[in-house]
Design a binder for this molecule. Structure first.
Ligand code: ADE
Ligand code: ZN
Length: 322
């Protein structure tokens, strides 16, 4: 059992954290038929492409600043109640534009939710703005310019999510130059739906301090050594990987091998209700199925705080609380 261990998370897409119950509440509010995406209280999707479609449909159920505040407050309060001291949520201003409220209101709503959860529970939260790969490089550069304006102090990082099978990392290199110059922390989805080459491209073209997933680096020994040598932090999400069939089961998952090779790894939930997981469950799997000791798991939590996109005073306070 890991219930006595504090937790920290670097990788959770906020719309992917909406429980089916909350999504249904929104669907009732806006009179939307969700029978195609929620059945028997669970999200319905069959493969990665349909997961992304389902994700977008859920995102479109949240339509106002207040809806986004409720979503962030609900998720972070739940995390805090489960023993989490820090969470970075991945946010997509493009969704704010899709639903018509615009990026600023979308970010303001999420920030209000983060602040409300902190006031109630003490959990620290930050936002990572993501660009969406399947929307293409030019939309990405537009969003990057928005991120670089640093319109809210709780926005501290920048990511690339979406369909890794489309475009190449080099196509987004310019989009990453913009937030890098403005001082945002950089991480990038790679080595999830595409192989080791994608992780190598990410390191070469983006020079991030962290990789979102990165687990398929395991296909290339030299690359694993490079990740370990350079101290790049991997935001691993084993439950997501098994659910999306990146690996057939937890015993085939490379987290243990990456850890043994000296890579800096962390535990994350990605889109928890979509993958029937939670951050606590990821910790439990690491302990019970992958056989990591409490000390090793605590080390991953420490790594997450060390690699977090936060100011140094907050980092020191969080590290001291572990
Ligand atoms: N967006 C939400 N979840 C994602 C994932 N697991 N991979 C890529 N993009 C995503
Ligand atoms: Zn992700």
């Amino acid at each position: 059992m890991t219930a006595h261990l504090k937790m920290a998370e670097l990788h959770c897409h906020i719309e992917g954290a909406a429980s089916p119950a909350l999504a249904l509440q929104m669907a009732r509010k806006y009179n939307v038929d969700v029978s195609g995406i929620i059945r028997d209280g669970t999200y319905v999707w069959e493969d990665f492409s349909r997961f992304l479609t389902c994700y977008d449909a859920v995102a479109e159920l949240f339509r106002t600043e207040e809806d986004y505040a409720l979503l962030a407050e609900t998720y972070l309060t739940e995390l805090a109640d489960a023993g989490t001291i820090y969470s970075e949520i991945i946010v997509s201003p493009d969704h704010g534009n899709t639903i018509g409220i615009g990026s600023d209101a979308y970010i303001a709503g999420l920030a209000a939710g983060i602040e409300a959860a902190r006031a109630k529970t003490g959990i620290e939260g930050r936002m990572i703005i993501t660009i969406i790969r399947h929307l293409g490089p030019s939309a990405a550069e537009h969003t990057a310019l928005y991120a670089a304006r640093r319109t809210h102090p709780l926005v501290t990082g920048f990511n690339l999510a979406g369909d890794e099978r489309l475009f190449s990392v080099a196509d987004f290199a310019r989009a990453f130059d913009i937030p890098r110059d403005s001082g945002l922390g950089l991480t990038i989805h790679a080595g999830e739906m595409a192989g080791a080459f994608s992780v190598r491209d990410a390191l070469d073209h983006v020079r991030p301090s962290r990789i979102s997933h990165g687990v398929r680096a395991i296909e290339d020994d030299d690359l694993v050594r490079r990740i370990a040598d350079e101290g790049v932090v991997l935001e691993t999400c084993p439950g997501s990987n098994v659910s999306l069939q990146v690996f057939p089961d937890f015993t085939a998952h490379p987290l243990r091998a990456l850890h043994a090779a000296g890579c800096r790894v962390t535990l994350n939930s990605d889109d928890p209700p979509f993958f029937h997981t939670s951050l606590r469950q990821e910790y439990e799997i690491a302990s019970q199925v992958m056989d990591f000791s409490d000390e090793q798991i605590d080390g991953m939590t420490r790594t997450a705080i060390e690699a977090a996109f936060i100011d140094e005073a907050t980092r020191a306070r969080l590290l001291a609380s572990l």
